[in-house]
Structure formats: C-alpha cells, structure tokens
Design a binder for this molecule. Structure first.
Ligand code: COS
Length: 409
C-alpha cells in the first residue's frame, strides 16, 4: 500500500518545527548570513525543544524519531535557514556511525553527551586530497597497546570549530584501499586542533572548519565496529543522512518559490503584476512540480530505511534531484526578481548562494549519479545488513538495523 498521509503526531512535529523556523530562525537568518555568526542561542533553543538529536534512541536520551520524521523537521528548519539547519542537524551525521556500530559504553557516553547538554559533534571524512574519493584519505590511526594514535587533517568539517567530539575516519591499513579504513570517536580534548574557519559563499551561519590530529591518542575502545570496516560504515551513514539533506533542499526550494510567487503578485510590468505573464507562471509551475517531486523522493528514501530496507539508490535519487531542483528554483527565483534578485536587500540572493552547497556536500550531484548508475547496472541486496558493533554484538539500533513498520500514514 502507498500512503502519503502523515499521522497526527507527525503533523504536530512538522508544525512545531515550522513555528520554530518562522519565529526563531527567519527573523535573524539574514543577519547571521551577513555576519557569518555561529547561531549559539538558536542551538540552545532548538535543543531544548527536541529539534536536535531527535534520531537518537530513547535509551541514550533521544526521541528515537524515524528518518521520515527527521525529514519533516529538516525541511521546515531549512525553510527558515539552511545554514542554521546544517548546524542543528550535523549531530545526526556524526552520531549515525556511533548508533550503527558503537559499543554500548561508547553509545552511552557520546550519544548521552548530546542529549544531556546542547553539545555538538562533527563527522570527519573529507581531506584536502580526498573528497569524492574517500579511499584516497591519508589520515592514519596506528594501534599502540590499548590505544590508537591518529595523525592527519580533515577539511570542510561542519561544526568542526565547536564540536565536543568527532567521528573520524582514518587508515588502519595504508595498502588496503577502502578495506583499510576504520572509524573512531575522538573527543575534542584528546587534542584535536582547529586550524581554520572557512569564509563561505553560502550557508554562512554554519561553521565549516579544517581540523587536524597530531599524535592524538584515544583508547582502542573508541573504534567503531571492526577495524578496516570504516568505509562501509561511512557509506551506510550517508544512506541514512542523504534523505534529510534532500529534505533540506526541499526547504530551500520551497522558500525560494514562496518568495518568488509573492514578488510576482506585487511587481507590476507592462501594466499588470508579472504573475499574469505566462513566462513567469511557467517558472512558478516548474518550481511547484520540482518541490513536490523532490519531497516525494526524500520521503520514499526515508520510509524505505525506516522499513529496514536498503535505500542506497533512493537516497541518491532524492539527494541528487532535490539538490539540483533547489539550485534551479533559487536561480529562477532570482530571475523573477530581475535585477533586485541580485541585490542583498532581497531574500532570494541568499537562497541562491545557500542552494549551491546542496549539490556539493554529502556527495556531489555527480557522485549521486555514479551511485545510481552502479545500483541500476549491478543492483545490490535489498536488505540492510547491520555492521557488527565494537563489542561484537549486532547494532542495537532498531530504527536503522531491523525492519520496522513504515511511519508514514
Ligand atoms: N552501503 C554498504 N556498503 C557499501 C555501500 C553502501 N551504501 N556503498 C558501497 N559499499 C561497499 C561496496 O559493497 C564495496 O564493498 P566490498 O569491499 O565488499 O567490495 C565497498 O563498499 C566499496 O564500494 P565501491 O567500490 O562502490 O567504492 P568506491 O571507492 O568506488 O566509491 C563512492 C564509491 C564514490 C560512491 C563513494 O566513495 C562515495 O560515496 N563518495 C562520496 C563521499 C561523500 O559523500 N563525501 C562527502 C563528505 S561526507 S559529508
């Protein structure tokens, strides 16, 4: 059965997120963008309301929200400001590998930190010379007794300058390509150095940092899952987070469409509001279709995961389509505003800049196409295979590892 109706609980959640975006995010979003200020006060308020860390299982203090429910929150907050939502949502990316493969003690400690206080965590995969090509990473983790020693540097790390702990991918076998990568939890006070905060084109309220590890020692128990199984863990993490990124792109596209529609009804040229001209109507019509289609793809990829099915293909469909749609919609919104769209006094200029990152982070649009092509040509197994957690038991996270009824409807 296909059901597109949300439950009352899900509608209430979406309303709460929208209300927060409207009252707490929208009024300050353009100031945060202009000044590139980190939204610490908004983090505290969102954390108190449960709009952060919703995905964390109840036993570690979270609400154990489904992926679909996460998408509802992410679309609304991103409608408010996608830079601020990137900040608020990053704990989901950093903690997904911990939920999937961390030992009980690691989950208790590090997921607990996020739910007990408004702290942040970061996901450290990308390096200066290893972006799309994850297996080209150079950061190393060498085992010495009951500890690992990490050396290397990571770039484009969301919340990197503010994180309390980091999920770090490093080579544990330099000659084994993707089969020589492991994942670790690294607390900031182990010696993580923040080298640089980037000055970005868009999403300027989010912190994007370069961080480095110089002989950073962590207990061996901070390994996530098995040694040399980190690449798959990273891929499984991205399968889980790309539906939410797609939902964020829907939020940007929807915001741009709304601004453009309102403007088109007010702006008069040739004696009538420009919304009366078919040239403008067709642009608005395409925006509406793209928002709708992108949301359906995001929801499908989320529900598939919530059912315990593998969603690699659908999450790439969703991420690719929604990101490209957000960029196109924001570009056309600037077009509808004409010269005013190019000026910072008008809202769509920021949305145009913000939309661009959606085609870049969590896998470029080209990488999504590559994943889709591979899945189309050589389909993988349909079921999700939970990785072994560090303590040898299968992942205890039911939402991600075991089949569950769909939450939509
Ligand atoms: N889930 C589980 N396992 C997966 C998987 C997935 N979604 N995708 C790939 N794998 C497994 C494969 O089955 C293969 O397993 P074996 O070692 O048993 O053969 C292994 O991982 C390697 O897969 P593949 O050959 O497809 O790896 P590639 O090096 O060709 O890379 C891409 C694949 C390019 C898709 C990957 O590196 C990628 O997604 N890059 C983009 C990274 C990214 O999004 N960066 C943004 C920063 S994170 S915010």
């Amino acid at each position: 059965m296909v059901e597109f109706t949300l439950t009352d609980e899900q509608r209430n959640l979406r309303e709460m997120a929208h209300d927060f975006a409207e009252k707490e995010i929208r009024p300050v979003a353009w100031d945060y963008d202009r000044d590139s200020t980190f939204p610490e006060d908004i983090i505290k308020k969102a954390w108190e309301l449960g709009l952060m860390n919703a995905h964390i299982p109840e036993e570690y203090g979270g609400a154990h929200a489904s992926t679909l429910e996460g998408c509802l929150i992410e679309e609304e907050l991103s409608w408010g400001c996608s830079g601020i939502q990137t900040t608020l949502g990053c704990n989901g990316l950093a903690s997904a590998p911990v939920i999937l493969a961390g030992s009980e003690a690691i989950k208790k400690e590090y997921l607990g930190r996020l739910t007990e206080a408004p702290l942040l965590a970061s996901f450290c995969l990308t390096e200066p010379d290893a972006g799309s090509d994850v297996s080209g990473m150079r950061t190393t983790a060498v085992k010495r007794g009951d500890r690992y020693v990490i050396n290397g540097s990571k770039v484009f790390i969301t919340n990197g300058g503010y994180a309390n702990w980091y999920t770090v991918y490093a080579k544990t076998d330099k000659d084994a390509g993707h089969r020589g990568i492991s994942a670790f939890v690294v607390p900031r006070d182990a010696g993580v150095v923040v080298d640089k905060h980037e000055d970005k084109l868009g999403q300027r309220a989010s912190d994007t940092a370069a961080v480095s590890f110089d002989e950073v020692e962590i207990p061996a128990s901070h390994l996530l899952g098995e040694e040399n199984h980190g690449f798959k863990l990273a891929m499984m993490t991205l399968d889980r987070t790309r539906p939410g990124v797609a939902a964020m792109a829907v939020g940007i596209g929807r915001a741009a469409m709304e601004f453009a529609s309102e403007y088109a009804k007010e702006r008069v040229q040739f004696g009538v509001p420009i919304a009366m001209h078919q040239a403008i109507q067709f642009m608005i019509a395409d925006m509406a279709t793209e928002v709708e289609a992108a949301r359906l793809l995001a929801w499908k990829s989320a529900v598939q995961l919530d059912r315990g099915e593998r969603n690699t293909m659908t999450s790439s469909h969703a991420k690719r389509f929604a990101a490209d749609a957000a960029m196109k919609i924001a570009t056309d919104a600037v077009q509808i505003y004409g010269g005013y769209g190019f000026i910072k006094d008008y809202p769509v200029e920021k949305l145009f800049r913000d939309a661009k990152i959606m085609q870049l982070y969590e896998g470029t649009s080209q990488i999504q196409r590559l994943v889709i092509a591979r899945e189309a040509l050589v389909p993988r197994r349909a079921a999700v295979e939970p990785p072994a957690s560090t303590n040898g038991a299968a992942s205890t996270n039911g939402a991600h590892a075991e089949p569950e009824p769909a939450t939509a409807g």
